[in-house]
Write a protein of this length. Structure first.
Length: 226
């Protein structure tokens, strides 16, 4: 890594642009952000994404979730970059300032939706990337047993994503999807952060995580009350 990175991470916007802008304003007032990571379920069209994220010119890396049909044309046309915005495909890696970011967009499913992936696809990614350096995994789904509590103390993460962590050993695994507050855990040397949600089904609060990535990783969760 070239130098310290200050990262803003969040997900599950679900079309709530006003809440998104509020989160961005809150973060920019407090931090000199170098990179923005969005863990899926934006429910925003490309023009809306451009309006919000190109104003600050901060490199922004986005994956789709299971509710992002507006992003399907981007992936069909393989047009993954717009100005300062990059969209990561399944298994795609982008390098920024010496940091390699692996995208695991979408959700585990039977293949009926374009966002679905199956375990064998993740296993192929593991095999292809196993001898390469991956610093950050940006995923919509969580790994099983870590930052994946989804109500009544149930676990909703996916075992194959834990397998990915075991083999690739990223420093950060960032995810969303579960709408169950911010969750932070650790597996060996990997920090696993579920960013909560900007649009939460359980209330009006919005959440994001600030991460300072250097030799040491500093994580600061934020909950914005209405």
């Amino acid at each position: 890594m070239e130098s310290m990175l200050q990262i803003l991470a969040f997900g599950d916007i679900h079309g709530e642009i006003e809440k998104l802008i509020r989160v961005l304003d809150h973060a920019f007032d407090r931090y000199d952000v170098d990179m923005i990571l969005v863990a899926g379920d934006l429910n925003l069209g490309l023009s809306e994404i451009e309006d919000v994220f190109t104003q600050n010119k901060i490199p922004t890396f986005i994956i789709y979730g299971n509710h992002d049909d507006d992003l399907k044309p981007i992936y069909e046309l393989r047009t993954y970059r717009y100005k300062n915005i990059s969209f990561l495909r399944l298994g795609g890696v982008i390098r920024y300032r010496g940091v390699n970011i692996l995208g695991i967009p979408g959700n585990r499913g039977g293949g009926r939706k374009w966002t679905h992936w199956q375990d064998y696809k993740i296993k192929r990614i593991i095999e292809y990337q196993k001898d390469k350096k991956i610093d950050i995994v940006l995923s919509h789904e969580a790994p099983f047993g870590y930052s994946d509590e989804c109500g009544d103390h149930n676990r909703c993460g996916k075992p194959v994503l834990l397998d990915l962590i075991k083999v690739l050993r990223p420093r950060l695994f960032i995810c969303g999807h579960l709408h169950n507050h911010i969750q932070i855990s650790e597996f060996e040397t990997t920090k696993i952060i579920n960013t909560g949600a900007i649009s939460n089904r359980w209330g009006e609060d919005s959440e994001y995580v600030y991460i300072r990535l250097n030799e040491e990783i500093i994580i600061e969760p934020h909950v914005l009350k209405e």
